[in-house]
Write a protein that binds this ligand. Sequence first.
Ligand code: APR
Length: 235
Amino acid sequence: MSELGLGENERLFILTGAGISAESGLATFRGSGGLWNGYRVQEVATPEAWETDPELVWRFYSMRRRDAMAAEPNLAHRALATLEQKLGDRLYLCTQNVDDLHERGGSQRVHHMHGSLFQSRCVRCEKPFADRAFYENAAALPVCTTCGAAVRPHIVWFGEIPLKMDEIYSRLAASTHLLVVGTSGSVYPAAGFVQIANQGGLKTIYVGPEEPLNAEAFDTIFLGAATEVLPSFLL
Ligand code: APR
Protein backbone atom coordinates (compact mmCIF):
# COMPACT_ATOMS: atom_id res chain seq x y z
CA MET A 1 0.00 0.00 0.00
CA SER A 2 3.04 2.23 -0.18
CA GLU A 3 2.00 3.92 -3.44
CA LEU A 4 -1.46 4.62 -2.02
CA GLY A 5 -0.06 5.98 1.22
CA LEU A 6 -3.07 4.73 3.17
CA GLY A 7 -2.78 5.17 6.94
CA GLU A 8 -4.11 2.70 9.51
CA ASN A 9 -7.52 4.28 9.93
CA GLU A 10 -7.98 5.59 6.43
CA ARG A 11 -10.59 4.30 4.02
CA LEU A 12 -10.42 3.64 0.31
CA PHE A 13 -13.18 4.05 -2.28
CA ILE A 14 -12.32 2.34 -5.58
CA LEU A 15 -14.09 3.02 -8.87
CA THR A 16 -13.25 0.76 -11.80
CA GLY A 17 -14.20 0.95 -15.46
CA ALA A 18 -13.83 -1.07 -18.65
CA GLY A 19 -10.04 -0.56 -18.66
CA ILE A 20 -9.50 -2.96 -15.77
CA SER A 21 -10.99 -5.78 -17.85
CA ALA A 22 -9.19 -4.78 -21.07
CA GLU A 23 -6.23 -7.03 -20.35
CA SER A 24 -8.65 -9.91 -19.85
CA GLY A 25 -9.61 -9.44 -23.49
CA LEU A 26 -12.91 -7.57 -23.02
CA ALA A 27 -13.18 -4.63 -25.40
CA THR A 28 -13.52 -1.23 -23.79
CA PHE A 29 -16.29 1.06 -24.92
CA ARG A 30 -13.83 3.56 -26.35
CA GLY A 31 -11.44 0.89 -27.70
CA SER A 32 -14.17 -0.44 -29.97
CA GLY A 33 -14.89 3.08 -31.21
CA GLY A 34 -18.20 2.83 -29.32
CA LEU A 35 -19.45 0.46 -32.03
CA TRP A 36 -20.93 -3.03 -32.13
CA ASN A 37 -21.77 -4.70 -35.46
CA GLY A 38 -22.15 -1.27 -37.03
CA TYR A 39 -24.43 -0.03 -34.22
CA ARG A 40 -23.38 2.66 -31.81
CA VAL A 41 -23.44 1.13 -28.34
CA GLN A 42 -25.41 4.15 -27.17
CA GLU A 43 -28.13 3.07 -29.60
CA VAL A 44 -28.30 -0.49 -28.27
CA ALA A 45 -27.95 0.15 -24.54
CA THR A 46 -30.99 2.36 -24.06
CA PRO A 47 -34.64 2.02 -22.98
CA GLU A 48 -35.60 3.28 -26.45
CA ALA A 49 -33.70 0.43 -28.15
CA TRP A 50 -35.43 -2.03 -25.82
CA GLU A 51 -38.84 -0.61 -26.76
CA THR A 52 -38.21 -0.77 -30.49
CA ASP A 53 -36.01 -3.86 -30.89
CA PRO A 54 -35.65 -6.16 -27.84
CA GLU A 55 -34.19 -8.90 -30.04
CA LEU A 56 -31.30 -6.63 -31.04
CA VAL A 57 -30.73 -5.67 -27.40
CA TRP A 58 -30.69 -9.31 -26.27
CA ARG A 59 -28.31 -10.27 -29.11
CA PHE A 60 -25.92 -7.60 -27.88
CA TYR A 61 -26.07 -8.73 -24.24
CA SER A 62 -25.92 -12.41 -25.20
CA MET A 63 -22.67 -11.69 -27.03
CA ARG A 64 -21.36 -9.82 -24.01
CA ARG A 65 -22.28 -12.78 -21.80
CA ARG A 66 -20.33 -15.10 -24.11
CA ASP A 67 -17.30 -12.77 -24.12
CA ALA A 68 -17.31 -12.38 -20.34
CA MET A 69 -17.67 -16.12 -19.78
CA ALA A 70 -14.64 -16.73 -22.00
CA ALA A 71 -12.52 -14.13 -20.16
CA GLU A 72 -10.41 -14.67 -17.06
CA PRO A 73 -9.66 -12.17 -14.29
CA ASN A 74 -6.25 -10.54 -14.57
CA LEU A 75 -3.58 -9.39 -12.12
CA ALA A 76 -5.36 -6.08 -11.59
CA HIS A 77 -8.62 -7.74 -10.49
CA ARG A 78 -6.57 -10.00 -8.21
CA ALA A 79 -4.62 -7.09 -6.75
CA LEU A 80 -7.86 -5.37 -5.72
CA ALA A 81 -9.09 -8.62 -4.14
CA THR A 82 -5.85 -8.78 -2.13
CA LEU A 83 -6.35 -5.15 -1.07
CA GLU A 84 -9.84 -6.09 0.13
CA GLN A 85 -8.39 -8.90 2.23
CA LYS A 86 -5.98 -6.42 3.81
CA LEU A 87 -8.42 -3.57 4.35
CA GLY A 88 -11.73 -5.37 4.92
CA ASP A 89 -14.48 -2.85 5.57
CA ARG A 90 -12.12 0.05 4.97
CA LEU A 91 -12.39 -0.68 1.24
CA TYR A 92 -15.44 -0.11 -0.95
CA LEU A 93 -15.27 -1.41 -4.50
CA CYS A 94 -17.68 0.19 -6.96
CA THR A 95 -17.48 -0.83 -10.60
CA GLN A 96 -19.10 0.45 -13.76
CA ASN A 97 -18.40 -2.93 -15.30
CA VAL A 98 -21.15 -5.45 -15.77
CA ASP A 99 -18.77 -8.42 -16.09
CA ASP A 100 -18.04 -10.67 -13.09
CA LEU A 101 -14.24 -10.54 -13.24
CA HIS A 102 -13.84 -8.75 -9.90
CA GLU A 103 -15.77 -11.55 -8.19
CA ARG A 104 -13.91 -14.26 -10.06
CA GLY A 105 -10.64 -12.48 -9.18
CA GLY A 106 -11.51 -12.93 -5.50
CA SER A 107 -13.32 -9.73 -4.46
CA GLN A 108 -16.08 -10.61 -2.00
CA ARG A 109 -18.05 -7.37 -1.99
CA VAL A 110 -18.50 -5.52 -5.27
CA HIS A 111 -21.10 -2.91 -6.08
CA HIS A 112 -22.05 -3.01 -9.78
CA MET A 113 -23.47 0.47 -10.24
CA HIS A 114 -24.38 -0.22 -13.91
CA GLY A 115 -25.91 -3.63 -13.20
CA SER A 116 -24.72 -7.16 -13.88
CA LEU A 117 -24.39 -9.08 -17.11
CA PHE A 118 -25.38 -12.33 -15.42
CA GLN A 119 -28.65 -11.09 -14.01
CA SER A 120 -31.96 -10.37 -15.75
CA ARG A 121 -35.22 -8.97 -14.47
CA CYS A 122 -38.88 -8.96 -15.38
CA VAL A 123 -39.97 -5.51 -16.55
CA ARG A 124 -43.06 -5.83 -14.31
CA CYS A 125 -41.90 -7.74 -11.20
CA GLU A 126 -38.53 -5.92 -11.33
CA LYS A 127 -36.73 -8.50 -9.16
CA PRO A 128 -33.28 -9.42 -10.55
CA PHE A 129 -32.42 -13.10 -10.89
CA ALA A 130 -29.31 -15.04 -11.96
CA ASP A 131 -29.29 -15.72 -15.70
CA ARG A 132 -26.47 -17.02 -17.88
CA ALA A 133 -28.59 -17.86 -20.95
CA PHE A 134 -28.26 -16.52 -24.49
CA TYR A 135 -31.28 -15.07 -26.27
CA GLU A 136 -30.33 -14.63 -29.87
CA ASN A 137 -33.52 -14.76 -31.90
CA ALA A 138 -37.08 -13.51 -31.64
CA ALA A 139 -38.50 -16.93 -30.73
CA ALA A 140 -36.06 -17.27 -27.82
CA LEU A 141 -36.82 -13.97 -26.08
CA PRO A 142 -37.41 -14.65 -22.38
CA VAL A 143 -40.62 -13.96 -20.46
CA CYS A 144 -41.26 -13.94 -16.72
CA THR A 145 -42.30 -17.35 -15.37
CA THR A 146 -44.51 -15.62 -12.77
CA CYS A 147 -46.38 -12.95 -14.73
CA GLY A 148 -45.52 -13.49 -18.39
CA ALA A 149 -44.10 -9.99 -18.96
CA ALA A 150 -40.85 -9.45 -20.88
CA VAL A 151 -37.51 -10.13 -19.19
CA ARG A 152 -34.74 -7.61 -19.79
CA PRO A 153 -31.01 -7.51 -18.95
CA HIS A 154 -30.35 -6.22 -15.41
CA ILE A 155 -28.23 -3.42 -16.85
CA VAL A 156 -28.40 0.30 -16.26
CA TRP A 157 -28.84 1.75 -19.72
CA PHE A 158 -28.02 5.27 -20.91
CA GLY A 159 -30.64 7.56 -19.43
CA GLU A 160 -31.34 5.28 -16.42
CA ILE A 161 -30.22 5.89 -12.86
CA PRO A 162 -27.29 3.80 -11.57
CA LEU A 163 -27.93 1.43 -8.68
CA LYS A 164 -27.65 2.35 -4.99
CA MET A 165 -26.45 5.91 -5.52
CA ASP A 166 -27.24 6.76 -1.87
CA GLU A 167 -24.90 4.04 -0.66
CA ILE A 168 -22.22 5.20 -3.12
CA TYR A 169 -22.37 8.81 -1.96
CA SER A 170 -22.29 7.90 1.71
CA ARG A 171 -19.31 5.56 1.21
CA LEU A 172 -17.56 8.29 -0.77
CA ALA A 173 -18.19 10.77 2.02
CA ALA A 174 -16.80 8.30 4.58
CA SER A 175 -13.59 7.62 2.63
CA THR A 176 -10.20 9.32 2.76
CA HIS A 177 -8.89 8.14 -0.62
CA LEU A 178 -10.46 7.67 -4.06
CA LEU A 179 -8.71 5.31 -6.47
CA VAL A 180 -10.11 5.31 -10.02
CA VAL A 181 -8.95 2.67 -12.49
CA GLY A 182 -9.49 2.36 -16.24
CA THR A 183 -12.40 4.65 -16.97
CA SER A 184 -12.46 7.42 -19.54
CA GLY A 185 -14.30 9.87 -17.29
CA SER A 186 -16.96 10.41 -19.91
CA VAL A 187 -20.06 8.81 -18.37
CA TYR A 188 -21.83 10.48 -15.44
CA PRO A 189 -22.48 10.22 -12.54
CA ALA A 190 -19.33 8.07 -12.12
CA ALA A 191 -17.18 10.66 -13.92
CA GLY A 192 -18.20 13.18 -11.22
CA PHE A 193 -17.06 11.13 -8.21
CA VAL A 194 -13.63 12.75 -8.33
CA GLN A 195 -15.13 16.24 -7.98
CA ILE A 196 -17.19 15.10 -5.01
CA ALA A 197 -14.07 13.53 -3.52
CA ASN A 198 -12.18 16.80 -3.97
CA GLN A 199 -14.93 18.73 -2.20
CA GLY A 200 -14.68 16.24 0.66
CA GLY A 201 -10.90 16.53 0.88
CA LEU A 202 -10.12 12.97 -0.27
CA LYS A 203 -6.81 12.14 -1.88
CA THR A 204 -7.57 11.22 -5.49
CA ILE A 205 -5.59 8.83 -7.67
CA TYR A 206 -6.11 7.65 -11.27
CA VAL A 207 -4.58 4.56 -12.90
CA GLY A 208 -4.70 3.90 -16.65
CA PRO A 209 -2.58 4.07 -19.80
CA GLU A 210 -3.93 7.46 -20.86
CA GLU A 211 -5.33 10.49 -19.10
CA PRO A 212 -9.09 10.41 -18.58
CA LEU A 213 -11.26 13.37 -19.65
CA ASN A 214 -11.43 14.55 -16.02
CA ALA A 215 -7.65 14.19 -15.48
CA GLU A 216 -7.18 17.68 -14.07
CA ALA A 217 -9.35 16.79 -11.07
CA PHE A 218 -6.96 14.09 -9.78
CA ASP A 219 -4.12 14.68 -7.31
CA THR A 220 -2.03 11.87 -8.77
CA ILE A 221 -2.10 9.99 -12.07
CA PHE A 222 -0.22 6.73 -12.62
CA LEU A 223 0.02 6.28 -16.37
CA GLY A 224 0.20 2.57 -17.15
CA ALA A 225 -1.78 -0.61 -17.58
CA ALA A 226 -3.82 -1.66 -14.55
CA THR A 227 -1.99 -5.01 -14.32
CA GLU A 228 1.35 -3.20 -14.10
CA VAL A 229 0.41 -0.44 -11.68
CA LEU A 230 -2.07 -2.01 -9.22
CA PRO A 231 0.16 -4.86 -7.98
CA SER A 232 2.71 -2.22 -6.92
CA PHE A 233 0.07 -0.75 -4.58
CA LEU A 234 0.28 -3.94 -2.53
CA LEU A 235 4.01 -3.69 -1.80
N1 APR B 1 -5.53 -0.61 -17.74
C1 APR B 1 -6.22 0.47 -17.29
N2 APR B 1 -7.00 1.23 -18.07
C2 APR B 1 -7.09 0.91 -19.37
C3 APR B 1 -6.42 -0.20 -19.93
C4 APR B 1 -5.60 -0.97 -19.05
N3 APR B 1 -4.91 -2.02 -19.49
N4 APR B 1 -6.72 -0.25 -21.25
C5 APR B 1 -7.54 0.79 -21.51
N5 APR B 1 -7.76 1.50 -20.38
C6 APR B 1 -8.56 2.71 -20.20
C7 APR B 1 -8.66 3.60 -21.42
O1 APR B 1 -7.55 4.48 -21.43
C8 APR B 1 -9.96 4.34 -21.17
O2 APR B 1 -9.73 5.55 -20.48
O3 APR B 1 -9.88 2.33 -19.93
C9 APR B 1 -10.75 3.40 -20.27
C10 APR B 1 -11.96 2.80 -20.91
O4 APR B 1 -12.90 3.81 -21.14
P1 APR B 1 -14.35 3.49 -21.67
O5 APR B 1 -14.26 2.49 -22.77
O6 APR B 1 -15.03 4.79 -21.95
O7 APR B 1 -15.04 2.71 -20.45
P2 APR B 1 -15.76 3.26 -19.16
O8 APR B 1 -15.18 4.57 -18.77
O9 APR B 1 -15.75 2.16 -18.18
O10 APR B 1 -17.23 3.46 -19.70
C11 APR B 1 -18.19 3.93 -18.81
O11 APR B 1 -19.93 3.71 -20.44
O12 APR B 1 -20.39 2.11 -22.06
C12 APR B 1 -20.85 2.72 -20.91
O13 APR B 1 -22.09 1.91 -19.08
C13 APR B 1 -20.95 1.66 -19.86
O14 APR B 1 -19.87 1.40 -17.76
C14 APR B 1 -19.69 1.88 -19.07
C15 APR B 1 -19.56 3.39 -19.12
